[in-house]
Design a protein around this ligand. Structure first.
Ligand code: NAD
Length: 490
């Protein structure tokens, strides 16, 4: 059985073997919950990426030649292997992220479900069969692999992020080079070990560790990589679109959000408060779909604000299962959020609660930010338009539905949005008019399921969707097949 005990050094995983970075370089991975050094990680550069891409190129044709059903069978074995080791993997996620075991288990369960869903797609790998204008001619479509795919992910829900890309990429007959998030090397390492043990042939999933500019950029710029599928910040996504676009490589970008949650005057306020707290603070706000703008009708503003503040006062920050959220992923992330809050304060924004790093027993050395609510920010202020990716949300007061919708749209992003109302008319009008990839009625701004597409508009992405059958469109190319026949030759 694959050994998943904590290693002192995480190596790259190339062609089924674990090897250090070619120049022997390493970096330290620290624990977000107390700042201590957890382990060393291979610090890869262009040469390591080159070797990984070559391994993928070598392995891909045979994998593409297998039936999609048999590829799905291997992926099902990996999903079941992950399920068998769920607790061990979740404990690694706890170590690398500082989140509670309960949350890490849920996230690992979600990764298993993604594997099961995608494996089943091997038996639903449908194209279209249709007519032709020409007599004795038929037409149909089939999916083709893209080739070698470069996968680059963020650290926020690390094992799920691996699963969301690796399972569909492999199902479609590609070979992958995954650039793991530098803050979460353990989950990618464990996934690769489990995949190998469950029968994935060498070279199909290669994992390269390291920093974005050193190990990610060479993958983006490699002429031998046919697709880059990226989950991360809009700034890096913009660079990837340009660099990969220069050689016309296919690019799927899943980027940031500044997602609005609207509370109407007819909302169930307790429900809206609960959804706001979860949207803003769960996973320490490190969700692309976090509810970082809470837009409230003035008729209920005071009442909602009071109830929300009372609820936030009961939010528990820490790493245990009965805590609501844990640390953010690294010290730089914590510092940049604190700086953004300070800058907003100087601009006249009111900090209703939180706003600073937590210290004292249980927090020392860790990267904990108090749950933070802000008020009196202009819709076009920097704090209103910038994704902080932490437990920080801003409250806004609006007159009515039209003003709420207009404020919701004052954002460069278009990922998710939620409305709280009992009016079916308001709900359906919101669903029709909100510019976002996901619209929620009476719920949180986050939450996705493996069989449904996820992604956003504007600066949240470039039009592709991950998860769902729609993910297959990212990782495959359509081929149209014409078949001519001659009844006279029967
Ligand atoms: P980031 O963009 O800094 O890093 C993400 C990944 O990109 C990391 O693996 C990093 O090493 C790599 N990277 C950085 N610079 C690179 C470069 N020049 N070339 C190639 N790779 C590079 O993002 P982050 O701060 O780690 O993650 C948070 C961001 O991810 C937020 O914006 C969040 O909204 C977004 N996110 C989006 C989704 C989604 O599905 N839309 C899901 C999760 C997170």
């Amino acid at each position: 059985m694959a050994d998943l005990s904590l290693p002192s050094l995480i190596c790259n995983f190339i062609d089924g073997r674990e090897i250090p970075a070619s120049a022997g370089e390493r970096f330290e991975k620290r624990s977000p919950s107390d700042g201590r050094v957890l382990l060393q990680v291979a610090r890869s550069r262009a040469e390591d990426v080159r070797v990984a891409v070559a391994a993928a190129q070598n392995a891909q044709p045979a994998w593409a030649g297998a039936t999609v059903v048999s590829r799905g069978d291997v992926l099902r074995s990996i999903a079941l292997g992950l399920r068998d080791r769920l607790d061990e993997v979740a404990r690694l996620v706890v170590l690398e992220t500082g989140k509670s075991l309960k949350d890490a288990r849920a996230e690992t369960g979600a990764a298993v479900e993604m594997g099961m869903f995608v494996a089943g797609e091997g038996r639903r790998y449908y194209g279209r069969t249709t007519t032709s204008a020409v007599p004795h001619k038929t037409a149909h479509t089939i999916r083709q692999p893209v080739g070698v795919v470069g996968l680059i992910i963020a650290a926020n829900t690390p094992i799920a992020n691996v699963a969301w890309k690796v399972f569909p990429a492999l199902l479609c007959g590609n070979a992958a080079v995954l650039k793991a998030a530098e803050d979460t090397p353990l989950s990618a390492w464990a996934f690769a070990r489990i995949a190998r043990e469950c029968g994935l042939p060498p070279g199909l999933l290669n994992v390269v560790h390291g920093f974005g500019e050193e190990a990610g950029a060479p993958l983006v710029e490699s002429v031998d990589v046919d697709l880059i599928s990226f989950t991360g910040s809009t700034a890096v996504g913009r660079y990837i679109a340009q660099a990969a676009g220069a050689r016309l490589a296919k690019v799927c970008l899943e980027l940031g959000g500044k997602n609005p949650l609207i509370v109407c005057d007819d909302a169930d306020l307790d429900r809206a408060v609960e959804a706001s707290v979860l949207s803003a603070f769960s996973n320490a706000g490190q969700r692309c779909a976090a509810g970082s703008r809470i837009i409230v009708f003035e008729a209920v503003y005071q009442e909602f604000r009071d109830r929300l503040l009372a609820r936030v006062a009961r939010v528990r920050v820490g790493c245990e299962d009965d805590d609501d959220f844990g640390p953010v992923i690294n010290a730089a992330q914590l510092d940049s959020m604190c700086a953004a809050i300070e800058a907003a304060r100087r601009d006249g924004v009111t900090v209703l609660t939180g706003g600073s790093r937590l210290t004292g027993p249980g927090y020392d050395g860790g990267y904990f930010l108090a749950p933070t609510l802000l008020e009196n920010a202009a819709p076009d202020a920097t704090i209103s338009r910038t994704e902080l990716f932490g437990p920080v949300s801003v409250l806004y007061r609006v007159r009515d539905f039209e003003e709420a919708l207009s404020l919701a749209h004052q954002s460069p992003y278009g990922l998710t949005a939620s409305i709280h109302t009992v009016s079916v008319h308001r709900a359906m009008t919101f669903v029709a008019r909100i510019r976002s990839g996901v619209a929620v009625v009476n719920g949180a701004t986050y939450g996705s399921e493996p069989h449904l597409p996820f992604g956003g508009l504007d600066e949240s992405g470039t039009g592709w969707r991950e998860a769902g059958t729609e993910a297959l469109d990212v990782y495959s190319e359509w081929k149209t097949v014409y078949l001519n026949f001659d009844p006279g030759a029967v």
